[in-house]
Design a protein around this ligand. Structure first.
Ligand code: 4NP
Length: 157
């Protein structure tokens, strides 16, 4: 039985597809790829069906990572389909928690950066309206947070 992780942001074209890509890449490098599954979703359906933002894809590719997921909207059935749901900022965390039907659903949900020793409780910055440096900052925060998340996950396995 694989451990299923869902990453959630607003549009599912910048932050969460990057987290999904880095998670799968690092899971491969850490030798646990056969034991995990990952997906990403957005609380807004505005970009449904789209590839990640071209700036996110370019930045990821600069780090050797090809992102090819398609955006989709977070749905109520995701609570049953995943073991853990990591959300990129407090606004979207509230949105997801409001959709939880049971305590067990809600317990699966937490803030992504709770795994970032340099930013517990903090939002992942939204790079959408900003400049290129913002995408690199998001990459760096996501990369280090995923490393810490994988450490925590390996202890659970
Ligand atoms: P994401 O970034 O939530 O990290 O995918 C955004 C993407 C699109 C928009 C906002 C944030 N938008 O307003 O369309």
């Amino acid at each position: 039985m694989k451990y299923r992780v869902l990453f959630v942001c607003l549009g599912n074209i910048c932050r969460s597809p990057l987290a999904e890509g880095i998670f799968l890449d690092q899971a491969e490098k850490h030798g646990i790829i056969d034991f995990v599954e990952a997906d990403s979703a957005g609380t807004s359906g505005q970009h449904e069906g789209e590839l990640p933002d071209s700036r996110t894809r370019k930045n990821a590719l600069d780090h050797g990572l090809k992102l090819s997921s398609r955006a989709r909207k977070f749905k109520a059935t995701d609570f049953a389909a995943f073991d853990q749901i990591l959300v990129m900022d407090n606004r979207n965390l509230e949105h997801v928690l409001n959709m939880a039907q049971t305590e067990a659903d809600a317990l699966k949900v937490s803030l992504f950066r709770d795994y970032d020793p340099q930013g517990r409780g903090e939002d992942m910055p939204d790079p959408w309206y900003g400049e290129e440096e913002g995408f690199e900052e998001v990459f760096q925060i996501t990369h280090r947070t995923i490393i810490h998340f994988l450490d925590a996950l390996r202890k659970k396995m």
